[in-house]
Design a protein around this ligand. Structure first.
Ligand SMILES: Cc1cc2nc3c(=O)[nH]c(=O)nc-3n(C[C@H](O)[C@H](O)[C@H](O)COP(=O)(O)OP(=O)(O)OC[C@H]3O[C@@H](n4cnc5c(N)ncnc54)[C@H](O)[C@@H]3O)c2cc1C
Length: 436
């Protein structure tokens, strides 16, 4: 019998079909509404395309226009537009679950999409829960119909620039961007930093301070005004480089407003309503963290597939049999499930005028999701090892993207601890002198 030499292949053998079934982003899907299951399913179908495109957007720091075309086609741009305006009418819980599923596939798409959705959510079910006079409510209904028609009817996108590089985005000072009323509308002057969707959005939902007569250039946080500025408004300019560590596809460049005129119908909320929303519906700021819940899930899924030697393009070398790997992945799973539990609790807690305990759970959940996402990515790299952090694999991007979560204002990780620490130890109105 003559020995036939085996052909030497430079390609790794094709991996066997994986039997690993990743978790549903909401844990037990049986607890979801039919709409929640359906919308998460829509995203899960689109997700693999987004994951395939993510390396390019990350490398180029370019905006994921193709993913937005998918979102538009799937009807998801109007996810939080109320049904009576032709949208999907998703509530807070439904939206954050869908957002986490988007984050699982592409963090930059999920984070920037959140900025768009805020314009619908704040002017939609959050505004509905707030106090307005009948005249204000009627006016708001008329104006938001114009905004929603652009989104639902024309597939347009809104950005959410509020950060200014000062204390305003932390909620500690009035906006430095000033609007003053003129005949027919407002004139805006100021600057915003880190505006995700810069150059990609059709509209910029700008937070400013409405200047009162006799208080030129000044105002209080109660004077906040939320205005939609069209991308081609004279006086609006996009400036600055965009070459950050992570979330590169958000293209969060700076905006300058040099006497930009907008008509009265640019109001996304009636005058004074943003302050009421920020004071009475704090969950409105918690929509930044679902993106990072998705990233945490993605890092965990990657680790399991890697240890099982089921990552496409990698040699089929299993590592799951080592006790150290089993312990490490068990620790990751515990952290993931603890994070998901807080994420779900918070998703279901959102309401107007939450009591103190609910607010404390909210800060705790937000902090935990942001910090755990980064920690899970760190553990994933340590557990999988050196080859796992190559640029050809998604883990190093997840790691970089996850780092950005706890930097987001108004609730950075530090500011969550700041609020929690104070509120744990002081009841409303208490001062140290009163205790001593
Ligand atoms: C990828 C990415 C996308 C973003 N997209 C948007 C967007 O679309 N729209 C938008 O408006 N913003 C966006 N941001 C901005 C983000 O929300 C923050 O405003 C920004 O990261 C703050 O950076 P800074 O260096 O100006 O923070 P600083 O204001 O300098 O704060 C630095 C740190 O000091 C602490 N700190 C700040 N203020 C206080 C205070 N009053 N009291 C105590 N501690 C305080 C905080 O912990 C904070 O982390 C984005 C940021 C990133 C990274």
């Amino acid at each position: 019998m003559s020995a036939v030499p085996e052909a030497v292949s430079v390609r790794p053998p094709a991996a066997a079909p994986s039997r690993y079934v990743p978790s549903h982003i909401a844990g037990n899907p049986a607890r979801l509404t039919a709409q929640q299951r359906e919308l998460i399913g829509r995203v899960a179908e689109l997700g693999p395309r987004w994951a395939a495109r993510a390396p390019r957007y990350d490398r180029e720091a370019s905006f994921p226009f193709d993913n937005y075309a998918d979102l538009r086609e799937a009807g998801l741009l109007g996810i939080c537009v109320p049904r009576e305006y032709g949208g999907l009418g998703a509530d807070f819980e439904t939206y954050v679950l869908v957002a986490a599923e988007i984050g699982r596939w592409c963090g930059a798409t999920a984070l920037s999409f959140n900025m768009h959705v805020c314009s619908c959510m704040w002017s939609g079910f959050i505004a509905d829960a707030l106090d307005m006079t009948p005249a204000q409510r009627a006016d708001h209904a008329r104006i938001r119909a114009l905004h929603y028609a652009r989104i639902v009817g024309e597939g347009q996108i809104y950005a959410q620039p509020f950060s200014e590089g000062g204390a305003a985005a932390a909620g500690a000072a009035p906006w430095g961007t000033i609007a003053h009323e003129v005949e027919g509308g407002y004139v805006i002057r100021g600057k915003k930093i880190f505006a995700s969707l810069a150059g990609a959005a059709d509209w910029y939902g700008v937070l400013c301070t409405l200047e009162r007569p006799g208080a030129e250039g000044r105002g209080s946080r109660r004077d906040a005004l939320y205005l939609a500025v069209p991308k081609d408004a004279p006086g609006l300019a996009i400036f600055g480089d965009w070459d950050p560590l992570g979330m590169r596809g958000t293209v969060s460049r700076n905006l300058a407003f040099e006497d930009v005129f907008v008509p009265h119908d640019a109001r996304l909320m009636p005058e004074g309503l943003y302050f009421q929303a920020a004071s009475r519906f704090p969950h409105m700021f918690a929509t930044l963290s679902p993106t990072y819940m998705g990233i945490a899930q993605a890092a965990y899924d990657f680790t399991v597939q890697y240890l099982r030697a089921e990552v496409p393009g990698m040699p089929p070398v299993k590592r799951r049999m080592y006790p150290t790997k089993q312990i490490a992945v068990a620790e990751m799973r515990v952290k993931l499930e603890a994070t998901r539990a807080l994420f779900l609790q918070n998703a279901r807690d959102a309401r107007i005028d939450p009591d103190k305990d609910t607010r404390m759970r909210l800060y705790s959940a937000h902090y935990t999701i942001m910090e755990s996402a980064n920690d899970l990515c760190r553990l994933a790299i340590r557990t999988c090892g050196g080859q796992s952090m190559l640029k050809s694999l998604p883990l190093e991007r997840l790691y970089r993207d996850s780092r950005c979560g706890s930097l987001m204002l108004p609730w950075t990780a530090e500011l969550c601890l700041d609020r929690l620490g104070r509120e744990c130890l002081y009841e409303a109105g208490e001062r140290d002198e009163a205790i001593e």
